[in-house]
Design a protein around this ligand. Structure first.
Ligand code: DGL
Length: 279
């Protein structure tokens, strides 16, 4: 690679990826907290969901996406998917020569700080719950904490169908959350990047005494701190006409674009198709 042709490190984009649209909730938080940064987002819309796949498959997919993002000279990578963070983060961190951040550790940290009674619920995909990764990170911070996990596989399709405020979503959420209410938790981690989009429904069911933790907030905060520490923070506002946010997907670009525009109010004009199996 000819280093002379590249942008200075701090001006290079941040790579963000997810199995599909869910990671947009993380991208949105990064845009809000570190507005000078450019982002290259990849959503693996051809191979979603990751939450019902094996560790080997999710790790293979994640490696391909990392290669794609590195081909775009990103300065760091955010794994904006709990399932990929649970299954592949360690491998990616070991293999990459740039910093890689996941969403699970920041989410666990936020929950450990917020809880008063030490009883924390985690809702996520089957893969993330099965990996017990949230339990591991929370226990490192607060060894006495009691952690109650619940896989909520129907939430992802409900969110993707746009049923964010629908009675069907409310009914299914009540069934899933019933046992967590019985466990007397005071903190609930939204351990899947889709779930913040049904936050108001979840909050209504859990009641005012339960704090909902969205790992995206803490992830963006940690990302900012890491960029600052490593001298990678972009201190200049990108110029007008700079293509600050770019979106790539592995399928259904038009559908992705519409969904993205309902989450991120930046007028996303296009999402480009990529054959991710080439990477
Ligand atoms: N974005 C994924 C996560 O945060 C959920 C969707 C999927 O199963 O791929 O775990």
């Amino acid at each position: 690679m000819n280093e002379d042709k590249l942008e200075p490190l701090e001006k290079r984009p941040i790579g963000v990826f997810d199995s599909g649209v869910g990671g947009l909730t993380v991208a949105k938080e990064i845009m809000r907290q570190i507005p000078n940064e450019s982002i290259i987002y990849f959503g693996d819309t051809a191979r979603v969901p990751y939450g019902s796949k094996s560790k080997e498959t999710v790790t293979r997919f994640s490696r391909q996406i990392v290669r794609f993002l590195q081909a775009h000279d990103v300065k760091t990578i955010v794994v904006a998917c709990n399932t990929a963070s649970a299954y592949a983060l360690e491998e990616l961190e070991n293999e990459c020569d740039i910093p890689v951040i996941g969403v699970v550790k920041p989410g666990a940290k936020a929950a450990a700080e917020v809880t008063r009674n030490g009883r924390i619920g985690v809702i996520a995909t089957e893969a993330t719950i099965g990996s017990k990764i949230y339990n591991q990170y929370i226990k490192e911070l607060t060894p006495d904490a009691m952690i109650y996990g619940k896989a909520c596989p129907l939430f992802v399709p409900l969110v993707e169908e746009g049923l964010w405020q629908d009675p069907v979503t409310e009914e299914i959420a009540r069934r899933y959350l019933m046992e967590l209410i019985d466990c007397d938790i005071d903190t609930l981690i939204l351990g899947c990047t889709h779930y913040p989009l049904i936050r108001s429904t979840l909050g209504r069911i859990m009641g005012n005494n339960v704090t909902l933790v969205n790992p995206a907030y803490e992830t963006a905060r940690e990302l900012r701190q890491m960029l600052e520490r490593k001298g990678l923070l972009n201190r200049e506002t990108p110029g007008l006409g700079a293509n600050q946010y770019q979106f790539y997907v592995s399928d259904a670009a038009e559908k992705f674009k519409q969904f993205a525009n309902s989450i991120i109010k930046y007028g996303i004009l296009s999402a480009k198709l990529v054959n991710i199996e080439d990477y």
